[in-house]
Design a protein around this ligand. Structure first.
Ligand SMILES: Cc1ncc(COP(=O)(O)O)c(C=O)c1O
Length: 432
């Protein structure tokens, strides 16, 4: 008689090599991946398929706002999925309306549009700008050198980094790049066709560089003077990561209120994604009141944007952030981490230049061209990230010399301490 032995699923049996094989055979190789296959996580820790634990300071690139497997997200997913997962945007539904109300209250008078990713949110703002300038024949959007605005065709045209564009020319017309944190350069770049300026409050992929308060105020004044829309890409730096809902609120907080300009600073459009859904894919953009009805019925849309399920999850995340005071945590734990990174620069000046960033959007800047990190064809930031991974902590490279920390907003002080200790141990070996 034939013996019936249940076969375990292949992935469980062969683990990392099997998974990598699946990727090499069946997944488009557009990502440079590390030698790591993750299987599950809890809070700010993740586990690989061999059961090894890592402290996740990358947070899925600023996505996992509440960490991994947060019970409130599970509860929101379960509860809403038993009622309504998706309905067309041809109909009204309460979760989208409630989330829009909550987000508008965090920013200022205006309205929300819901999309599915950061790039798509920026696309919406580009369309808003074109609509705004259409009758005058204005269409050009100025962005900044080292910016990142997503991987769609307009997103790569908007992005101020040549490596992102390479091989995909010709670029979508209507974008030019200007040095960051330089209002005069922006002023000089404006042409009769210019209709908007888009900047990140803190450049992320470009190396964790915050805008200065003077820059933001200068851009606002310039946009008012020249009748341009000021658009902010908050996909990475938004959603309380800086310690305030929007990074511009944090950057400008010491100037409010009663500075030269008594009106609180507001851009005309803000794109959002990443931490908004905590891992559930969603994006959004906010449009300031006078322009909020420019995208009238039939001019913009997406099948999945703002589904009841996505909005229920995002609303739950906002409730947890408020209840657990996670904006304050991002600020305090971020300060603690930043001090630790600066201390590393003092102890190991041959390896570390210093820490940068705000709240829980931080960068560790390396000294360029460290001999022990030299690997042919690889950025030293990526080589360093691989070493950190071996030591048990996940971080994200940004450019050649910066490593990003974009952890969950509920990262605890003791987890931050654990991270600093691991980072220090890796640096100490490099410096030895
Ligand atoms: C500032 C910024 N804008 C846009 C994007 C694109 O977002 P998504 O990958 O969700 O399309 C990113 C992604 O890293 C980003 O950091």
């Amino acid at each position: 008689m034939k013996e019936i032995v249940p076969q375990p699923p292949a992935i469980v049996r062969n683990q990392f090599e099997t998974i990598r094989e699946l990727f090499s055979k069946y997944v488009v190789p557009s990502y440079g991946r590390y030698e790591l296959a993750l299987s599950h996580g809890y809070g700010s820790h993740v586990f690989d398929v061999h059961g090894r634990r890592y402290l996740d300071l990358g947070g899925g690139i600023a996505v996992c706002s509440l960490g991994h497997a947060h019970p409130a997200i599970t509860e929101a997913l379960l509860e809403q999925s038993q009622k309504l997962v998706h309905v067309s945007n041809l109909y009204y539904q309460e979760p989208q309306g409630r989330l829009a109300q909550a987000l508008v209250q965090f920013v200022g008078p205006g309205k929300m549009f819901f999309s599915n990713s950061g790039a798509e949110s920026n696309e919406g703002l580009f369309k808003l700008a074109r609509k705004f300038g259409h009758n005058e024949g204005r269409f050009e959007i100025l962005t900044t050198v080292n910016s990142f605005h997503g991987r769609t065709l307009a997103g790569i045209a908007a992005t101020g980094q040549d490596k992102i564009k390479k091989g995909f020319e010709p670029m979508t017309p209507g974008f030019r790049h200007v040095p960051f944190n330089d209002v005069e350069a922006m002023r000089n770049a404006i042409s009769p066709a210019t209709v908007a300026i888009m900047v990140e409050g803190i450049q992320g992929e470009g190396g964790v560089t915050p805008a200065t308060a003077e820059y933001l105020l200068g851009l606002r004044a310039l946009c008012d003077e020249k009748k341009l829309l000021l658009l902010m890409d908050s996909v990475q730096c938004g959603h309380f990561r800086s310690g305030r809902f929007q990074s511009f609120q944090r950057i400008l907080e010491n100037l409010e209120p009663g500075t030269s300009n008594s009106e609180p600073f507001l851009p005309d459009g803000i794109s959002m994604a990443k931490s908004l859904g905590g891992g559930f894919p969603m994006g959004a953009f906010w449009i300031r009141e006078p322009y909020a009805d420019l995208l009238s019925a039939g001019t913009h849309g997406t099948t999945y944007g703002g589904s009841p399920l996505a909005c229920a999850v995002a609303s739950k995340i906002l409730q947890v952030i408020e209840r657990e005071k996670l904006a304050d945590n991002a600020r305090d734990t971020g300060n603690f981490l930043k001090q630790g990174l600066d201390q590393l620069a003092k102890e190991f000046p041959a390896v570390v230049r210093g820490g940068r960033g705000l709240g829980l959007m931080l960068g560790l800047e390396l000294v360029p061209e460290i001999p022990s990190l030299k690997v042919e064809g690889k950025l030293q930031s990526a080589v360093f990230v691989a070493k950190l991974q071996e030591a048990g902590v996940l971080m994200i490279p940004a450019g050649a010399n910066v490593l990003r920390l974009l952890p969950a907003l509920n990262l605890t002080l003791s987890e931050a301490q654990e991270g600093l200790q691991i980072i220090e141990s890796v640096i100490a070996k490099l410096a030895a």
